[in-house]
Design a protein around this ligand. Structure first.
Ligand code: G2I
Length: 349
């Protein structure tokens, strides 16, 4: 990463004063998408996360579980506050292709249709992962595994073609320890070798040329960590060799004391490679003002870098968080806005 400026990226997008003009100009071209931003009068602060993010052309999303969609407050909060969604489990391999060649999209479709009816952006999560992988996949020979990988990508991306803003094509391929660039050992590396990531991205571009293709991982929030440097080198190599990649997803499962001091520089260094950066699974364990401060810093780090295009929190309410006990989200178990919510809204505004 030596030749990288690690600079803060500077240029915020134009804000309040110029907003009306921009909206008026963009409406012709973009129609309903910009209507979100148009609902905020110039100079006024937006009252929801999605509308506040939309002022700078960004989205603010949440991971949604189809199984909670019978909770009316859950859906009402999602609709009111967020303008993007990531299905929390419903697009994973075990959900979409539980047995070879037989695809199931019922739960994911439920989320996608709702999101579409509200004009939300949809992130697809995830095509190739070592987790939530049905056991039939691990039993395949190298040849069969390679064709199953491409077939899975073709079918899942094909089903949602034209509906997905960005796909997490490969998730969590890098190891947590070891030398820079070490991949996690999995059925993918064992049978296809390290080239499986490139194979997946090439297949994904062919399957839906209009979706942004992301590499997504956790513990790549510190600009100088070995794991971050491995991902950085991969993206740089992909860009140099013309392997299709459009974005890096920083999951950012954090705690109030663990937001790296170079978090913004990290976003900027990836952006400088010519990819978008998205914060894809944000949650920050903690409480009160310390948690709020951590959320504020993460939000500001994204809005300070033009190519940081959006933020997704990994759930709406603490009561359904995968990190039960950490209370890492913006709404408490009764859907009350936490201090962290206000900090994020202020930072977006
Ligand atoms: O582990 C947190 C996230 C890390 N990055 C990738 C994400 O996809 C991952 O999400 C979590 C979901 O939030 C959990 O909801 O992935 C977990 C599994 O790896 C999900 O947990 C699973 C439970 O382990 C299953 O027992 C359960 O059947 O959720 C399933 C559906 O509720």
């Amino acid at each position: 990463m030596g030749e990288n400026p690690l600079s803060a990226g500077g240029g915020r997008r134009p804000r309040a004063g110029t907003r009306r003009l921009l909206v008026a100009g963009a409406l012709g071209a973009l129609g309903t998408v910009t209507a979100l931003a148009a609902s905020v009068p110039a100079g006024a602060a937006a009252g929801t996360l999605g509308a506040a993010a939309a002022q700078s052309g960004r989205y603010y999303g949440a991971a949604i579980a189809a199984g909670h969609m019978n909770d009316s407050t859950y859906v009402a909060t999602w609709d009111r506050e967020f303008n993007a969604v990531t299905p929390e489990n419903e697009m994973k391999w075990d959900a979409t292709e539980p047995s070879r060649g037989s695809f199931r999209f019922t739960s994911a479709d439920q989320i996608v249709s709702h999101a579409q009816s509200k004009g939300m952006k949809i992130r697809g999560h995830t095509l190739v992962w070592h987790n939530q992988l049905p056991s039939w996949v691990s039993g395949l020979s190298t040849t069969d595994l390679r064709s199953a990988l491409v077939n899975h990508i073709n079918n899942v991306m094909g089903h949602y073609k034209g509906k997905i803003y960005a796909w997490d094509v490969v998730n969590e391929a890098f190891a947590d320890g070891g030398a820079v660039g070490t991949l996690r050992s999995s059925v993918w590396t064992q049978k296809l070798g390290n080239g499986f990531i490139e194979e997946a991205f090439r297949a994904a571009r062919a399957a839906d040329p209009n979706a942004k293709l992301c590499y997504n991982d956790y513990n790549i929030d510190d600009a100088n960590a070995n794991k971050t440097r491995g991902v950085y080198n991969m993206v740089k190599d992909f860009k140099a060799r013309g392997v299709p990649i459009d974005c890096v997803g920083l999951q950012s499962h954090l705690s109030q004391g663990s937001v790296p001091s170079n978090y913004q520089q990290n976003i900027a260094q990836f952006a400088a490679l010519g990819v978008d950066v998205q914060i894809t699974e944000l949650d920050i364990g903690g409480s009160g003002s310390a948690q709020a401060d951590a959320y504020r810093r993460v939000t500001q780090a994204c809005t300070a870098v033009p190519r940081c295009t959006g933020i997704t929190v990994w759930g709406i309410t603490d009561k359904y968080s995968w990190r039960s006990g950490d209370n890492p989200l913006l709404f408490d178990g009764n859907y009350n806005k936490k201090q962290a919510y206000t900090a994020v809204l202020d930072a977006l505004n």
